[in-house]
Design a protein around this ligand. Structure first.
Ligand SMILES: N=c1c2ncn([C@@H]3O[C@H](COP(=O)(O)OP(=O)(O)OP(=O)(O)O)[C@@H](O)[C@H]3O)c2ncn1[C@@H]1O[C@H](COP(=O)(O)O)[C@@H](O)[C@H]1O
Length: 109
């Protein structure tokens, strides 16, 4: 699993009950799930706008920046629900293995 995601997952867990005045993550938890979901929605929209701009301009820096914000807020959402990055990575890995097997099966026909 990605070291960055694993370490960030641990930090997010530790910040759940931190001082909301000192921690952005704690401040989101203090405001509740709806606030976290609002941020996920906002970052999703910002990512879409950045991607459309990037296609026009060829400048992709903002897409990476906004996607990082989106991933970050979805990780806070998962943490709120008692999940961790590994849960999503395991799901992706299982799909990857499945499609690999399907490709092999179609090649073998
Ligand atoms: N990776 C991040 C990270 N990415 C984005 N953000 C914050 O997400 C917010 C993005 O929202 P916006 O772009 O809408 O900016 P904003 O106007 O400041 O946000 P709002 O006031 O609208 O909520 C910003 O405040 C960013 O600082 C992050 N805040 C924290 N982290 C990591 O989370 C860890 C814990 O953070 P704290 O809880 O602050 O200790 C840190 O060590 C960092 O590694």
């Amino acid at each position: 699993m990605s070291d960055v995601l694993e370490q960030l997952g641990r930090v997010l867990e530790a910040r759940k009950h931190a001082d909301a005045d000192k921690s952005y993550v704690a401040s989101l938890h203090a405001k509740g799930l709806n606030k976290i979901l609002e941020k996920v929605g906002e970052e999703c929209t910002e990512t879409i706008i950045a991607a459309k701009d990037a296609e026009q301009s060829g400048e992709t820096r903002d897409v990476v920046y906004e996607t990082a914000d989106l991933w970050f807020h979805t990780l806070v959402m998962l943490s709120r629900l008692g999940l961790e990055p590994k849960d999503v990575l395991d799901e992706l890995a299982s799909r990857f293995n499945l499609s690999g097997l399907e490709e092999k099966a179609s090649r073998d026909q």
